[in-house]
Design a protein around this ligand. Structure first.
Ligand SMILES: [Zn+2]
Length: 145
């Protein structure tokens, strides 16, 4: 598949997203993406990942918490910040072993779902097969990305 994504002058480019995960990355955003130009290409050939997704979003900046959320969904993700047509900086967020207050536990019976003042806490580690294992420290529910 050839790249048909347009260049952007200002915004962010999210690359090296595991194929099919791009849609989940886009779901992290809410109103920020209204009236915004988005280019989303899925299942592109990648020498390192086999297949990958790429997303370009115009006129958007992201904070460190959002970078962490994206890295939890797509551990290989790189984020390029584009200013005036040039890559201003490129980051590959590291996933720390303990993630606090960034993601919500998907277990509906978890105490963090009822007691909203609790700060979510997850132990995060890579499995041998490359999947990212995330375990809630309240209910011990485990999920993977
Ligand atoms: Zn939980």
């Amino acid at each position: 598949m050839t790249m048909r994504i347009e260049r952007i002058n200002n915004g962010i480019v999210l690359d090296h997203i595991k194929a099919g995960m791009g849609i989940h990355i886009l779901k992290l955003f809410e109103v920020e993406l209204l009236h915004t130009k988005i280019d989303y290409a899925s299942y592109i050939d990648s020498p390192s990942l086999g297949m990958k997704d790429i997303i370009k979003i115009e006129n958007l900046d992201v904070d460190p918490k959002m970078l962490m959320k994206m890295a939890l969904l797509a551990p290989d993700i790189t984020i390029s910040f584009i200013r005036d047509g040039h890559v201003d900086k490129k980051v590959k967020p590291e996933v720390p072993p303990l993630v606090e207050g960034v993601i919500n536990c998907p277990n509906p019976k978890c105490i963090t779902q009822q007691e909203v003042y609790l700060t979510s806490r997850f132990q995060v580690a890579f499995e041998e097969d490359g999947r990212l294992r995330q375990q809630c420290l309240f209910c011990e529910h485990i999920f993977y990305s």
